[in-house]
Design a binder for this molecule. Sequence first.
Ligand SMILES: Nc1ncnc2c1ncn2[C@@H]1O[C@H](COP(=O)(O)OP(=O)(O)OP(=O)(O)O)[C@@H](O)[C@H]1O
Length: 249
Amino acid sequence: MSADADADAGADAGADGAPLLAVDGIQTYYGDSHVLEGVDLEVREGEVVALMGRNGVGKTTTLRSVLQLTPPREGSIRYRGEELVGRETHEVADRGVGWIPEDRRMFAQLTVEENVRVAVPNADDTAAALELAFETFPDLEERREANAGDLSGGQQQMLAIARGLVGDNDLLLVDEPSEGLAPLVVEAVAEALTAAAADTSMLLVEQNLPLALDVADRFYVLDHGTVVDEGDTDDVSADAERLRRYLSA
Ligand SMILES: Nc1ncnc2c1ncn2[C@@H]1O[C@H](COP(=O)(O)OP(=O)(O)OP(=O)(O)O)[C@@H](O)[C@H]1O
């Protein structure tokens, strides 16, 4: 299949309701350590999907597998119908898959505005990108001249999300955005994620159950390297015990 035909197939896959991201039976290792033992999940266009589970079950490893930072040894990961396994990480990024890692990587010595500017792939799009970032996160607009390193934890998380948003991404992989934040700030981050979800699909690793249920449309629970529960968040909001048994240590 030619590259163009491949691209067309991808566009069709999105248009006819096939998932944006389809992870199918991935087996991922660190050396001899077998972490993912056949993970299956999907993210459809426009969805926020939460990936939950205890510490160390392989949530971050699933994101790393999609990004080809830790490529699976078996299984398939298709994005808009195109296989990602075997590609380089920058090729995955070029296709519109963005990553907001747990450590909220940003440039502490640059201002908020500069941090947004450098995340925009095409300089011609900068004005529109700044507008999108500051419309979505008015708190950041107020601090646009502040150094990123001087922001609060919650504002840094918003800046990390804003940078993902302006990065021309159609799918954001967001790792534990609530980690280390006070409850009130977690609420602000939930609002920020909901605002960002108007513009992008998301696969959201999150251990904070209320936040995950609030922001996500659907969820998967990982345990022992495989998916042990999945469903619509609306269905479990009234039955949180169903998930809690997998989430408490
Ligand atoms: N670079 C690595 N080398 C070897 N083992 C690793 C590496 N990264 C993670 N692991 C191991 O793989 C397993 C899954 O880790 P992973 O970070 O994916 O879990 P997680 O579900 O995201 O948990 P957490 O919430 O603690 O980050 C753990 O046992 C972890 O110790």
